[in-house]
Design a protein around this ligand. Structure first.
Ligand code: FAD
Length: 271
């Protein structure tokens, strides 16, 4: 039987932060619910209050400006992002990752921010946001503070968020516009599936960035790469940065091997 909880759907950010301050760790935020509802039904979480963020004024906004960059709010779904005019030209890697997340129907509910806060090692939006140097703006009744995406996810299903805090927006800086990028995701079946391993490659202004999903407790941004590095150097750096495991979906060795295959393929594609 579904665990009983109170359901709140605040209309303003002040009201939302008030509910979170009142209930602390007993409140569970919900956006699209594609992770939260699965966990509630399975009994994995037993919150006293479920707090829907979708009705909060301004939380459905998705905006772009040359100064502020791309600002993604808590109710922005993956399909909202994919429908945004001009996004593919500005951030092809973000579009590639979003396209690979689940099915069209799930993308209609699933939000970008829910995907990041859920903090799965295979979160499809994480590799793009890591490569694009995105920032997470966190709000609570105490005010706002910002952390780089590369430090936001701290472990499997863990982030820096504290009770009482909401991820208010994710900002992708305008300085990342013009980058070339590609995403490759290994799945057991064609069509939608969680990644067995996934690689994002991003080239911009002489810089090379590689992010790897499903190959460590968190999505990994490989540091210290240069655009002039040859494929063997990039593969070696990525394989040193990850710590894949063997599980029922595939072996550690297969994951390591496919990271190399994908990096070589994507480097050719973005060359
Ligand atoms: C059938 C199916 C297929 C899937 N396939 C994929 C896939 O291929 N790739 C993939 O990456 N994921 C996949 N998922 C997982 C899921 O759809 C994504 O993680 C999704 O983006 C989560 O967004 P949501 O809005 O539904 O989050 P929710 O379920 O509403 O929330 C997820 C987490 O984020 C927290 N949260 C939400 N908003 C905020 C906020 N503003 N501030 C703080 N915390 C917040 C919630 O408390 C919860 O912990 C799949 C899920 C299903 C059911």
């Amino acid at each position: 039987m579904l665990h009983e909880f109170e359901f709140r759907a605040p209309r303003t950010r002040a009201e939302l932060l008030g509910v979170l301050a009142d209930h602390g760790g007993l409140a569970k935020l919900m956006a699209g619910g594609t992770d939260v509802i699965v966990n509630l039904r399975a009994g994995g979480i037993k919150p006293r209050v479920v707090v829907d963020v979708k009705q909060v004024e301004g939380y459905g906004d998705l905006s772009w400006s040359d100064t502020d960059g791309l600002v993604i709010r808590p109710a922005t779904t993956i399909n909202d992002l994919l429908r945004m005019p001009g996004l593919r030209d500005r951030f092809p890697l973000l579009v590639a990752c979003a396209h690979d997340l689940a099915s069209y129907q799930i993308r209609n509910r699933a939000t970008v921010i829910g995907n990041i806060v859920n903090a799965s090692p295979c979160a499809d939006m994480a590799p793009a946001l890591l490569c694009l140097d995105a920032r997470a703006v966190i709000a609570s009744q105490a005010g706002e503070h910002e952390v780089p995406m590369r430090t936001f996810i701290t472990g499997v299903k863990r982030t820096v968020l504290l009770p009482g805090e909401v991820l208010d927006r994710v900002v992708v800086p305008a300085s990342s516009v013009g980058a070339r990028g590609g995403y490759a995701k290994l799945k057991r079946i064609s069509g939608h599936d969680l990644g067995l391993v996934a690689v994002a490659v991003h080239k911009h202004d002489g810089e090379l960035r590689v992010a790897v999903g499903s190959a460590a407790p968190t999505p990994v941004l490989v540091s210290g790469l240069k655009e002039t590095d040859d494929a063997a150097t990039v593969v070696a750096a990525a394989q040193a940065a990850i710590s894949p495991i063997s599980d029922l979906r595939c072996s550690k060795e297969y994951r390591e091997h496919m990271v190399g295959v994908f990096i070589r393929r994507l480097l050719r594609e973005v060359a």
